[in-house]
Every structure is written in C-alpha cells, then in structure tokens.
Design a binder for this molecule. Structure first.
Ligand code: GDG
Length: 454
C-alpha cells in the first residue's frame, strides 16, 4: 500500500528545537503508519515562506510533507469562511451561526482543487495507491481525485456529526458537496447515527440508491461505516501516573482547598456548551447552599478560531458569567469558578483530570469528544457527566448522561455526581475504562485502513 493522507493541517510544526511532530489525535494515529511504511501527508501551508515539499525528519526521512500554500484571501474563504462559518455550525445544528456567502464556496472549490492537484502530483499511481482524506474541509477533493485516478482507493473520515438530512439540506451547495464526497470508496463517521443521516441525505437529495452500509450513485459504490475514534490509551495512562502529574494534582487540590472539584476542559467553541454549563453550576449553587465553600468548578477554555466574531462574542459571555457567579457566591477564601483561558499541554491536562472528582462534559453537539476518553483514562475514581448529544454518549452508557439543553437536569446531575456512592462510581468507571481501551486510536486507524483496502 502507498498511503497519502490529505488533511487541513500538516502534522509537523516549527519549535525552538527545530521541526517536531505536532500533538493531536489524528497525528498520533496516522504518523506510526506513515513512519512504518513511508508515505505522504498533504496539508495547507499557512505561511508563505514554508517549503512546499519537506521530507521529515530531515536527516533520515520517514515521509514527505507536501504543503498547499494558501494566500490570506484563500485562507479566509476556505477555512474561516466555508469550514468555520458554514460547515461547522450546520453540522452541529447551530444554524443561528450560519454565514452563507457565495464567495466562501467559490474559494472552497478552488482550494479543494489545489489539494486534489497536490495529491495527484505526489501520490504514486498504481493499484496499491491509497488516499485517506480527513474532515469537512475537504468535501470536494475526493471526486476531483477520482476523476483523474479511477483506480485509486479513496477514503474519507468525517470527524464531526453529520446532521439530519432536513438540516443538511439547508446548505445551498448540499448536492454538490455530497457528490464530491461520493468520489470515495469508503466514508467513515464516529457512530451509526451519522452514517444513517449521511445515507438519508444522499438518498433524498441525490436520488442515490442506498443499502445497508453503502451508497450507490453515478455508477460508483461508496461504503459508509461507523469507526469511532479513540485516544492513545497507554500514553494517557502513563502520563497520568507520572509522579510529576500526581504531585501537580495534589497541589491543585490543596490550593483550591475544597472537598470537591469539578472540571470542564474544552476549546472555547459555542458547540461545547461552556456557557450553559456555567449557568447550570450557578443554579446548582443557588439550590444547594450546603455546598457553598465545599466545591470548586475549574473550567479550562482553550482559545480557538479567535478571528471569528461568534467566538469573540462567546468569550465575552463566558467572561461575564464567570464574573457574575464569583461576584455573587465567592466568600472568604472560596472562589466557586476558576476559569483559565489559555492552552495547556496534554501532560498538564492530565493533572486536572486526575485532581477532579467529576468532569462536566456537556457539549450541545460533538462528533465524538475525546476529552471524555482522556478523563476516563486519567481518573481514579471520578464521575463523568456527559452530554447525550455527543458521539461518545452512544459508546459510554455508564456515564451520567444529561441533555445539555436541560439546565435543571444539568444542575441536578452535579449534585448526583458529588453524592454518588463509591461502589456506584467504581462500577461505572470500570465499564468506562474498558470501553475506552477498546476505542484506542491505533485500532481506529488500523480498522479504517483495513476496511478501506479490503
Ligand atoms: C473534533 C471533533 C472529535 C490539548 N491541549 C489542550 C487541549 N488539547 C487536546 C485535548 C483533546 C483535543 O485537544 C480536543 O478534542 P475534542 O474531541 O474535544 O474536540 P475537537 O477539537 O472539537 O475535535 C470531536 C475529534 O475531532 C476527533 O475526531 O472527537 O468531536 O469536534 O485531545 O487533549 N484541549 C483543551 N485545552 C488544551 O489546552 N481543551
């Protein structure tokens, strides 16, 4: 097999020590495959001076990084426009954030064509040619590649939810984008529900014929399967048992000084439900004065897409909510909400996971949510409160599941988590840890690739 991965971002970054591979689920899952057998990774070049072709590592290359250099206008239309202001809100059912501009799709078409051309330039032709495209940034590339390479094996993994057909069809370019995707041999989603939504979209909007796990359209069959992504379980387990992490977790508990700690860890994104979570915590404090001074909520929000106005607005609203709650409830040495708007390393995150008695992971929608899996791996006896509107919820029935739009229910679940008997906690956590182990990200990559090449 000759593998070419095509993704929005390349898997390496410049650091003070030279070029290094970046940290992240996708990179972690795919680099071992590329390192073992060689291959190519195509991604965008965000800065003008970076080389278009960069063998990596430089001294003894395992694979080739091929950049698609984008101008600022292209980045604005394709990434900040079509990807972040159209496909992201639509797929998460947040149509109030939709910003539909003809200019976005025009640039998106052009950039997808550039990705397809770069892929065709680099990927060696032949019967064992395998191309694996990632995510909603690249919906048109599969068909463009297929037109030039009818015999190539082309896969696509979609990392976010595929919405219900009636929501997807709001998109003026819904049919064109579906046709683009159907250039693939295999499309992967996290869970069966997204598979069903995709098939329904193809059936209704394109008149495609659908069968159990396939869509037949225009003389070509595309298989559509659920491949839930996982994390690197062993690495997270090791990190969370590291003595530096254990000590950091203890220090955090001492510093906060409360009996209970609840954490939230998210990119600051309107899909992650940070604001409604804070409001639910506020209601919990209003209704349960006996917990005043006894519980701290620690919310880490990583800056994300800061150029997009709706993200700037969300930041203001979260700042305001934190100020309001602390203004009303803080007393003596107790600060009810500890809020950090910054990026942490995964090593540092493990200390937070380990220090917490409960994690409040309540997105309004999420394709999977792997913070959930990281918490489960790192915690020793924590309770997971999980939004039922995440992909993870389908796979983790032992979590305390909540509807993130139900503020009363959310507030009640915080109390339930804090008061959960030890035996119940242990039993749930055993089941959760078992499921997360089965979801391991290396298995995910292997399972997708073996289905793709079967
Ligand atoms: C999309 C889908 C799906 C590192 N530093 C920080 C930080 N990280 C890492 C976390 C975690 C990852 O970022 C965030 O993962 P999520 O799954 O929550 O989310 P998205 O970024 O929205 O990713 C999602 C995923 O793709 C994989 O298919 O699960 O549904 O939306 O690994 O350790 N995270 C935070 N702060 C840091 O400082 N929050």
């Amino acid at each position: 097999m000759s593998l070419t991965v095509v993704a929005n971002r390349v898997p390496i970054r410049a650091t003070d020590n030279g070029w290094e591979t970046s940290v992240g689920g996708l990179t972690t899952a795919l680099l071992p495959v590329l390192e073992e057998q060689g291959g190519i990774w195509v991604g965008m070049g965000e800065e003008p001076d970076l080389p278009v072709r960069q063998p990596f590592p430089a001294d003894d290359p395992d694979f080739l990084v091929r950049r698609v250099p984008l101008t600022e206008d292209e980045l604005d239309g394709y990434y900040y426009g079509m990807a972040n202001r159209v496909l992201w809100p639509l797929s998460h059912y947040m149509i109030q954030h939709l910003d539909l501009h003809e200019g976005f799709i025009e640039t998106y078409r052009d950039v997808n064509r550039q990705f397809a051309e770069a892929t065709l330039d680099e990927s060696p032709t032949g019967d064992d040619e395998v191309i694996w495209i990632q995510d909603y940034h690249l919906m048109l590339a599969p068909r463009l590649i297929r037109q030039e390479r009818p015999r190539a094996t082309i896969g696509h993994f979609w990392h976010i939810p595929w919405p219900a057909m009636e929501v997807y069809r709001i998109l003026p370019w819904a049919r064109e984008l579906l046709r683009g995707m159907l250039g693939c041999d295999l499309i992967g989603f996290h869970v069966e529900e997204y598979v069903e939504n995709f098939k329904e979209s193809a059936r209704v909007l394109l008149g495609a014929e659908v069968s159990d796990h396939a869509v037949h359209f225009d003389g070509h069959t595309t298989r559509v399967e659920a491949h839930p992504i996982g994390i690197e379980v062993d690495r997270f387990e090791q990190m969370s048992e590291d003595e530096v992490v254990v000590e950091k977790a203890q220090k955090l508990r001492q510093r906060l000084g409360t009996e209970h700690i609840v954490i939230g860890i998210d990119r600051l994104d309107y899909t992650k439900g940070v604001l409604s979570r804070l409001e639910a915590f506020e209601q919990f404090l209003e209704e349960n004065p006996e917990y005043h001074g006894r519980v701290s909520f620690y919310q880490i929000a990583t800056p994300s897409r800061t150029k997009v106005e709706s993200y700037q607005q969300l930041k203001r609203e979260v700042d305001e909510a934190v100020g309001r709650i602390n203004g009303q409830f803080a007393r003596d040495n107790w600060v009810p909400v500890n809020y950090r708007y910054r990026t942490y390393t995964q090593f540092e995150l493990c200390a937070f996971y380990r220090a917490a008695d409960a994690a409040l992971i309540t997105p309004l929608r999420d394709g999977m949510n792997v913070v959930t899996q990281e918490f489960i791996t790192a915690t020793q006896n924590g309770v997971l409160i999980l939004s039922e509107l995440t992909g993870a919820a389908y796979l983790l029935p032992e979590a305390l599941q909540v509807n993130p739009y139900d503020q009363n229910g959310l507030a009640r679940s915080i109390k339930e988590a804090l008061e959960m008997p030890d035996a119940d906690r242990r039993e749930r956590l055993t089941g959760l840890k078992q499921s997360v182990r089965e979801l391991d990200v290396h298995r995910w990559a292997q399972a997708f690739l073996s289905s793709l090449t079967a």
